[in-house]
Design a binder for this molecule. Structure first.
Ligand SMILES: [Zn+2]
Length: 681
C-alpha cells in the first residue's frame, strides 16, 4: 500500500507561544485508532462514508507547505522521521561508547547536516564523473563509464536503462540479472507522449529546467537550450519504446530470458563485456531483458545520435540524479521542478527531514535496529502476528466457500495461501553494513559508498540461493507489501503503530484498519497479477480455464466500478492500472471483517461512544485513508500510482459490502449501496 497535529506534543507550555520550532521527538505521539474528532457526523455515512469517517481530519489537517499531500500514513511517517531524527542526533555525538552501527548512522547524518561543507563543494562532487565522460573517445567507451555510474545511482530509475537482479520469473529459486527500461527524466513515458495542453506545458517547463541545470554546470544559455532539445529528443525516443504502466503489470510482457550472445545481438553497439566487467559481474550469462523493444531503441539511438549528443544526455542524467545532494542552487532547481511544479509542494522540506529520510533509506536496517528496540515490543509483534494468522484462516474459509471456483483450483489456491510467509516488524537477521565506510564530513562520498554497497549487494545475489529473510523496506517504513515471488507478506514496525494499529483499543477498529491492510496484502497473492504465480513464486498457470475466466469477470466488475471515479479535473482513475490494488482493498476488508467476526464470536460486544461494534470496525477502516491532496499531486498520481485516491479506497469498498450497509442501516438506492455489488473474495 504503498506512500502532524501532534507537533505540539514535544513542546513545553512556555514555548507554545514561540514560533513553531521543530524538535526531535523522544517518543512517538499517541493518536487513537478510532478518533471521533476526525469524523464529520453531519454527513450521512450511507451517502459518503469517507467524509463521515475523515471529514474532521481533513479540516484539522491542512497540507503542510513542505508536503505534496497529507494523510494518516504521511503524518505517521513524519512523526517517525522526527523520532528517528532524535536517534540520529544522539548517534551523531562523537563518543567512545558509540557502537559501529551508531557511528555509521550518526556520522552519515552529521555529514548530511553539514551545510557549510556541502555549499562550499558546489558541483565539485560531480567533476570526476563528468571529466571521465568528457574524455570518452567513442561509443564503446560509454559502457564502462555507465556501469560505474549505475553503481553509484539508484537502480531501476537509472540513466539509460536499469540493471540489477531479481528472481527468475519461471524459477523463483534462482536469482538472475535483470536489464530493464529506464533513463527518463519525467515521471512516466506518458509525459512525453500525451498531447493535451497540460502535458505540452509540462514538457516546456521540463526543457526550461534541463536548460537551467546545464547553465548551473557552466554552459551558456544558448548552448544549454540546445542541449535541452537534445535531451528531450533522446528521452522521447526512449519513452516511445517503453511499455506503459498497465503493460508492465503483466509479468509475461516483461519476461524475456536471454543469454549473453542474444543480449549483445539486441544492442550490437553497446559494449556489454566492458559494462559487465566494470559492474563486477564479468561472467554473467543469463539475463531477463524486461523490454527488448526498449533495448532495440537504445541501439538505434547509439547509432543515430552523435557521441556528443549522447554525452549531453548523460551529463543531464548525472546532474539530475545527484542534484538533491549538491549545493543550494542545484537542490532548489530540482525542487522547483519536481516537487513544486509537478506536485504543487510549496516549500522544500527542512534539511533535517531530507537527511533523516536519506539515512533511513540507505542504512535502513541500521536505523531500524534502534527504532525497533524503542517502538516495537515482543507483545506487539505477537498480537499483530496473531491477527495475521486469523486473517489467513478467514481467507482459507472464503476460498473453500467460493461458488465460482472449482475444487481443483481451490486446492492450489489453499496450497498457495498456506505457503505464504508472514514477516512482521523487522528481519530476523540484520543487514551487515560493516563494509560501508562512513566518514564524518564527507557527505557526497558517504552517499556514493552507501549507494554502491546497495548496488553490489543486489548484483552479488545473482547465482546464490534466495535469501527468504530479506526485506525490501526498512523497519521504520509506514507501508507494507506482498512479494509475489517470495510469496510473503511484510509489515514493517512503522506501519504497526497507532493510529493504524492501536494496542490500547479493542479489536473492532484494529481489524477494520490494520486487519484490512493485512487482508489487502494477502489478497495481492491472488489479484490479477499475483494469481499468475504459484505457491513457490513461479510464473505458472495453476487455474482451470473456467476458473480463470470467472475470476476475470469478477475483477472486471471492480475495474468498471473504479473507472467511473474522477481523480481531479476530468481525469478518471485508470482502473486497469489500479485493478490489483482495488481488488486487494475490497478483498482485504471482506477478510478482515470475517476474521474479526470469527475472533469475537461468542463475545458480548458492547456499543461504545454511540457506535455499535460493527460501526466501529468500519470507522476504523475509513480512518486509515484520511488524506488531503494537492491537485498537482493528484494529476501526477493519476498517471503513475497504481492506488486509487483515499476517498475511493474507502467508498469504493464499502459500497460493495452488505456488512457495511447492515451496520449503518443503509437503504437500496443510497450512494453507498451499489445495485450490482462486485465480489471477488
Ligand atoms: Zn497493495
Amino acid at each position: 500500500m504503498v506512500v502532524l497535529s501532534a507537533l505540539c506534543a514535544a513542546q513545553s507550555p512556555d514555548t507554545m507561544a514561540a514560533p513553531k520550532q521543530e524538535t526531535p521527538l523522544q517518543a512517538l505521539p499517541y493518536t487513537p485508532g478510532l478518533d471521533v474528532d476526525s469524523m464529520d457526523r453531519s454527513v450521512d455515512p450511507c451517502v459518503d462514508f469517507y467524509t463521515y469517517s475523515c471529514g474532521g481530519w481533513n479540516k484539522q489537517n491542512p497540507i503542510p507547505p513542505d508536503q505534496a499531500s497529507w494523510s494518516v500514513y504521511g503524518k505517521l511517517t513524519d512523526e517517525n522521521q522526527r523520532f528517528i531524527w532524535g536517534i540520529l542526533e544522539d548517534a551523531a555525538r562523537p563518543s567512545p561508547s558509540r557502537n559501529a552501527v551508531q557511528q555509521k548512522i550518526g556520522d552519515f547524518f552529521s555529514s548530511c547536516m553539514d551545510e557549510a561543507a556541502i555549499e562550499k563543494a558546489g558541483a565539485a562532487p560531480l567533476e570526476p564523473a563528468l571529466r571521465e565522460l568528457a574524455a570518452i573517445k567513442d561509443v564503446s567507451g560509454l559502457a564502462p563509464w555507465l556501469a560505474g555510474q549505475h553503481l553509484v545511482t539508484f537502480g531501476y530509475t537509472s540513466m539509460m536503462f536499469g540493471f540489477g537482479s531479481s528472481q527468475d520469473l519461471a524459477d523463483s529459486t534462482q536469482v538472475i540479472a535483470f536489464a530493464s527500461s529506464g533513463g527518463l527524466g519525467l515521471p512516466d513515458r506518458d509525459y512525453y507522449l500525451k498531447t493535451d495542453a497540460r502535458m505540452q506545458e509540462t514538457r516546456k517547463r521540463y526543457m526550461a529546467h534541463v536548460q537551467q541545470m546545464f547553465e548551473l554546470l557552466g554552459d551558456s544559455p544558448t548552448q544549454a537550450a540546445q542541449e535541452a532539445q537534445t535531451v528531450m529528443r533522446i528521452e522521447t525516443a526512449m519513452a516511445k519504446a517503453s511499455l506503459s504502466r498497465v503493460e508492465l503489470r503483466d509479468p509475461y510482457k516483461i519476461f524475456h530470458k536471454m543469454n549473453r550472445v542474444e543480449l549483445q545481438a539486441l544492442t550490437p553497439s553497446f559494449n556489454w563485456n566492458a559494462y559487465l566487467a566494470t559492474s563486477g559481474v564479468p561472467g554473467l550469462q543469463t539475463f531477463n531483458v524486461t523490454e527488448p523493444e526498449f533495448f532495440k531503441e537504445l541501439e538505434t539511438l547509439l547509432k543515430s545520435e552523435s557521441l556528443e549528443n549522447l554525452k549531453t544526455y548523460f551529463r543531464w542524467q548525472v546532474v539530475r540524479q545527484n542534484a538533491p545532494y549538491l549545493s543550494t542552487p542545484f537542490v532548489t532547481a530540482n525542487f522547483d521542478f519536481y516537487r513544486k511544479y509537478l506536485q504543487g509542494t510549496e516549500q522544500i522540506r527542512p534539511r533535517w527531514k531530507r537527511c533523516v529520510q536519506l539515512v533511513d533509506y540507505q542504512l535502513g536496517e541500521a536505523v531500524g535496529q534502534v527504532y525497533v528496540a524503542r517502538t516495537f515490543s515482543p507483545d506487539l509483534k505477537a498480537r499483530t502476528l496473531k491477527m495475521t494468522k486469523e486473517i489467513e484462516a478467514a481467507m482459507g474459509q472464503e476460498i473453500t466457500a467460493l461458488d465460482w471456483m472449482g475444487a481443483e483450483t481451490k486446492q492450489r489456491a489453499l496450497e498457495k495461501l498456506h505457503a505464504v510467509v508472514n514477516k512482521i516488524g523487522y528481519p530476523d537477521r540484520w543487514r551487515d553494513y560493516s563494509s560501508v565506510n562512513i566518514v564524518r564530513g564527507d557527505f557526497f562520498g558517504n552517499f556514493e559508498r552507501a549507494t554502491a554497497f546497495e548496488s553490489r549487494r543486489e548484483l552479488d545475489k545473482i547465482g546464490k540461493p534466495v535469501d527468504h529473510g530479506e526485506w525490501q523496506m526498512p523497519p521504520a517504513t509506514v507501508n507494507a507489501y506482498y512479494d509475489q515471488q517470495m510469496n510473503d507478506i511484510n509489515f514493517p514496525a512503522g506501519v504497526l503503530q497507532p493510529p493504524l494499529f492501536d494496542p490500547r483499543m479493542d479489536d473492532a477498529p484494529n481489524y477494520g484498519n490494520t486487519g484490512s491492510t493485512i487482508g489487502h496484502e494477502l489478497t495481492h497473492g491472488f489479484d490479477d497479477e499475483g494469481r499468475l504465480f504459484d505457491a513457490q513464486g513461479n510464473l505458472r498457470d495453476w487455474w482451470t480455464k473456467q476458473d480463470a475466466a470467472a475470476f476475470e469477470k469478477r475483477a472486471q466488475c471492480v475495474v468498471d466500478q473504479y473507472a467511473q471515479y474522477v481523480v481531479v479535473d476530468d481525469i478518471h482513475i485508470n482502473s486497469k492500472l489500479t485493478e490489483g490494488e482495488d481488488v486487494a482493498d475490497l478483498g482485504g476488508s471482506v477478510l478482515a471483517y470475517l476474521a474479526w467476526f470469527n475472533e469475537t464470536k461468542g463475545q458480548k460486544l458492547k456499543s461504545s461512544g454511540g457506535f455499535t461494534p460493527e460501526q466501529r470496525f468500519f470507522i476504523g477502516f475509513g480512518q486509515w485513508a484520511c488524506e488531503n491532496q494537492r491537485p498537482e499531486n493528484l494529476r501526477m498520481h493519476a498517471i503513475t500510482d497504481p492506488h486509487s485516491p483515499g476517498k475511493y479506497r474507502i467508498n469504493g469498498v464499502v459500497t460493495n459490502m452488505p456488512e457495511f450497509q447492515q451496520a449503518f442501516q443503509c437503504k437500496a438506492g443510497q450512494p453507498m449501496v451499489r445495485a450490482h455489488r462486485c465480489k471477488v473474495w
